[in-house]
Design a protein around this ligand. Structure first.
Ligand code: COA
Length: 333
């Protein structure tokens, strides 16, 4: 890869987890499931659920306040805002616009990116290139999801898997070469959206008495198929980005995968031949929080001292679409 005179670093991180917890035992009172089944099949112990008043823009605002503070910046320094979400506050306007107002940011450009659980990596790559080539210096990026609003609480095959959260990062252009985000690889295959989708509520099937009666406004998934494709897509994305930078899996200090299922993350580690202790896992506490999972996980990994200056870190994700991606970071000092 060519030498660059400037870099894009993750300058500040923040996360927000709603207060209310829903344990596996709580779920067993709602659907025919058990703590034992959920833990052995997924690794999830509990998840957090947003209140009626708490929307993705509210959770994103909280995470962003922390990220801006940790970056040592003021709100007036932020000149771009991009939000990854598959559960926007409203079909339109964007959750980014609503968040911009709640944060009291200037009238900077603000938009959403929809790539489901890969959303945060799609945002990182888009913003990386905008910061490199555009007039922007400091961008605020957020992953915020209220998955609980999309779940069919009568369907045990899906409602046990997800949770609500938000994570945020401030990305800044700095004059040091070859640190921070080194590059990303993204991909998508839209040939069979029904593997993981919400059938109604969009322009193709607007809300109607019939769509409600058929329970089409909920997330639907072929779990086994997603599992199979996820492991393959994440392994390939990781290898692609490592190859681009002449690195090997053993050069990586920490892999932060999208948190969907502990068995998916273990399989990824096995195929890449990376020891388990290098794979960051916090899924047990939060379930799958879609686009929020990676920014929440980086925030925690950093706080726990799992990432050091000079470390190579891989972020890797897959999600509905299908979409996938991997980002390589050399952590800045
Ligand atoms: N509690 C108890 N039993 C359950 C259950 C639950 N919550 N959900 C499903 N089951 C049952 C099924 O009905 C099935 O019963 P049957 O054999 O009598 O038909 C049995 O458990 C096995 O189901 P199966 O779907 O084969 O389980 P699995 O080992 O594949 O695990 C998932 C299911 C969903 C946990 C797993 O496939 C998975 O994690 N897939 C990926 C999903 C994902 O990551 N999605 C997000 C993408 S970003």
């Amino acid at each position: 890869m060519s030498m660059q005179s400037s870099s894009i670093i993750i300058r500040g991180l923040g996360s927000y987890i709603p207060k209310k917890q829903l344990s596996n035992d709580d779920l067993a009172k709602i659907v025919d499931t058990s703590d034992e089944w959920i833990q052995t099949r997924t690794g999830i112990k509990t998840r957090h659920i947003a209140s009626m008043e708490e929307n993705p823009s509210d959770m994103g605002t909280q995470a962003a306040e922390t990220a801006i503070k940790n970056a040592g910046l003021n709100k007036k320094d932020i000149d771009l805002l991009v939000v990854a979400t598959m559960t926007p506050d409203l079909p339109f306007p964007s959750t980014a616009c609503i968040t911009q107002a709640k944060l009291g940011l200037r009238t900077i450009p603000a938009f959403d990116i929809s790539a489901a659980c890969s959303g945060f990596l799609y945002v990182l790559d888009t913003v990386y290139h905008l910061l490199r080539s555009g007039p922007y210096k400091n961008a605020l990026v957020i992953g915020a999801e209220k998955m609980s609003s999309t779940l069919d609480w009568q369907d045990r095959t899906t409602c046990v898997l997800f949770g609500d959260a938000a994570g945020a990062a401030v990305l800044s252009k700095v004059d040091t070469p070859n640190v921070g985000i080194l590059g990303s690889t993204l991909g998508a295959d839209g040939t069979d959206p029904s593997i993981l989708h919400m059938p109604a509520g969009g322009a193709a099937c607007p809300a109607s008495a019939e769509s409600i009666e058929k329970r089409q406004h909920y997330l639907r998934m072929n779990g086994r198929e997603v599992f199979r494709l996820a492991v393959r897509a994440m392994e390939q994305a990781t290898r692609t980005i490592l190859d681009q930078f002449d690195l090997k899996p053993e050069d990586i200090a920490c892999i932060i995968p999208h948190q969907a299922n502990v068995r998916i993350m273990q399989s990824l580690g096995k195929y890449l031949q990376v020891p388990e202790e290098k794979i960051f896992i916090n899924l047990n506490k939060y379930g799958n929080t879609s686009a929020a999972s990676i920014p929440v996980a980086i925030t925690e990994a950093h706080k726990q001292g799992r990432i050091h200056p000079g470390d190579y870190v891989i972020l890797v994700a897959f999600g509905a679409g299908l979409t996938w991606g991997a980002t390589l970071i050399k952590w800045h000092s």
